[in-house]
Design a protein around this ligand. Structure first.
Ligand code: ATP
Ligand code: MG
Length: 292
C-alpha cells in the first residue's frame, strides 16, 4: 500500500476495493487544487481508479476580463443562475478550461508521479449535449427569452474514452465543453458532467469538492453545514445560485452511485474527508436529517 508522502496513515480509500467502480472527483475552478491533486495522485498510484472532473468558473471570469468579453448572468425564475454563454463567452470558457485549468491539473499530477490524460466532453463523443432551446431570464422584474445561448443539457454519456484511460492506470482529467451530434461545442455544467459520468461509469463514489465545506443552511455561517442532504432541501431557497446545480446533480447521481458527497477542496485528503462526514452526504431517498 502506498505510503503517504507526509508520513500519514495509509488512505482508507485504498485497499479492499478491487471490485469497486472508480471514484469520480470534481473540483471547482475557484478552489486551490493542490490538496486534491495530492490525494488523487495517492489513490491513482495505489491502483484505485480515479477520475478528476473540473470546472473553471473563476478562471473563465478572470480570462473574460483580460480579453474584454462582457460577463452576463441568466437568472432563472426558479432562483438558479448561470453564465450567459454567447459565442464569445463559449470561446473564453473553452480557452479557460482546456488552456489554463486542465494543463495545470495534468502537470500537477505529473509532478506527483501520476500520469493523466486530458479529455473534454467533445473528445471521443464523451458528452453529447443538446442546446437548451430558449432560456428564461428574469431581468428587472421581467422574464425575457434568450434563444442563442451556447449552453446545453447532457443527453448522452459514452464513457469509453474515460475507461480506456483508466484501463492504462492513468487518471482521466475531464471537463466541459460538450458537443452536440453535429459537432457544435456547447458549455455544460461541470457538476452535471461529473454526476452523469459517475452514473455511466458505475462509480462507487462521487465527490464534489468546492470552496465551501458543504451545503450550508446559512451561507454566512460555516457551522450550519447540513450533514445529510435530501430532495426536500431544494424546496425552499436555502440552497441558492450555483450550489443548487450541484445539489440537484448530486442527488440525481445518488440514485445509482452509493456514496455522493459535497465537501471542501482545501482540506488534507479532501476526498476521504468528504466521504467520512466532514462535508454533506447526498441521498435522494428523502431522508430527513434526524434519520442519521
Ligand atoms: N446553501 C449553500 N451552501 C453552500 N454554498 C452555497 C449555498 N448557496 C449558494 N452557495 C454558493 O455556491 C458556491 C459554490 O458553487 P460554485 O459554482 O461557485 O463553485 P464550484 O462549482 O466549486 O466551481 P465551478 O463552477 O468552477 O466548477 C459557494 O461558494 C457559495 O457561494
Ligand atoms: Mg459550479
Amino acid at each position: 500500500m502506498a505510503q503517504d508522502p507526509r508520513g500519514h496513515e495509509p488512505n482508507p480509500l485504498i485497499g479492499g476495493f478491487a471490485h469497486d467502480g472508480p471514484i469520480v472527483v470534481k473540483i471547482g475552478g475557484g478552489s486551490d487544487p493542490e490538496p486534491v491533486l495530492d490525494e488523487v495522485a495517492e489513490l491513482a498510484l495505489a491502483g484505485r481508479p480515479t477520475v478528476l472532473v473540473h470546472g473553471g468558473g473563476a478562471v473563465a471570469d478572470l480570462l473574460s476580463e483580460q480579453l474584454g468579453v462582457e460577463r452576463r448572468v441568466i437568472r432563472s425564475p426558479d432562483g438558479t443562475h448561470s453564465r450567459r454563454t454567447d459565442a464569445a463567452m463559449l470561446d473564453v470558457i473553452t480557452l479557460a478550461l482546456l488552456g489554463r485549468v486542465k494543463p495545470r491539473l495534468i502537470s500537477g499530477l505529473r509532478a506527483r508521479g501520476a500520469r493523466s490524460v486530458g479529455l473534454s466532453g467533445a473528445d471521443g463523443a464523451l458528452l453529447t449535449a443538446t442546446r437548451k432551446p430558449a432560456l428564461r431570464s428574469v431581468q428587472d422584474g421581467r422574464t425575457v427569452l434568450i434563444r442563442d445561448d451556447r449552453s446545453g443539457r447532457i443527453e448522452r454519456v459514452d464513457p469509453a474514452p474515460v475507461r480506456a484511460v483508466l484501463d492504462r492506470g492513468h487518471v482521466p482529467v475531464v471537463s466541459p465543453p460538450a458537443s452536440d451530434a453535429a459537432g457544435n461545442l456547447l458549455n455544460v455544467d461541470a457538476d452535471e458532467a461529473a454526476a452523469r459520468l459517475a452514473t455511466a461509469l458505475d462509480a462507487s463514489a462521487l465527490v464534489l469538492l468546492t470552496d465551501v465545506g458543504g451545503v450550508l443552511a446559512d451561507l454566512g455561517d460555516p457551522a450550519t453545514r447540513i450533514a445529510r442532504v435530501g430532495p426536500h432541501h431544494l424546496e425552499g431557497d436555502v440552497v441558492r445560485g450555483r450550489m443548487r446545480h450541484k445539489v440537484r446533480a448530486g442527488l440525481r447521481a445518488s440514485r445509482t452511485v452509493r456514496q455522493v458527497a459535497i465537501g471542501a477542496a482545501h482540506l488534507h485528503r479532501p476526498i476521504h474527508q468528504a466521504l467520512s462526514g466532514a462535508g454533506s452526504r447526498l441521498c435522494d431517498e428523502g431522508e430527513r436529517p434526524e434519520d442519521g
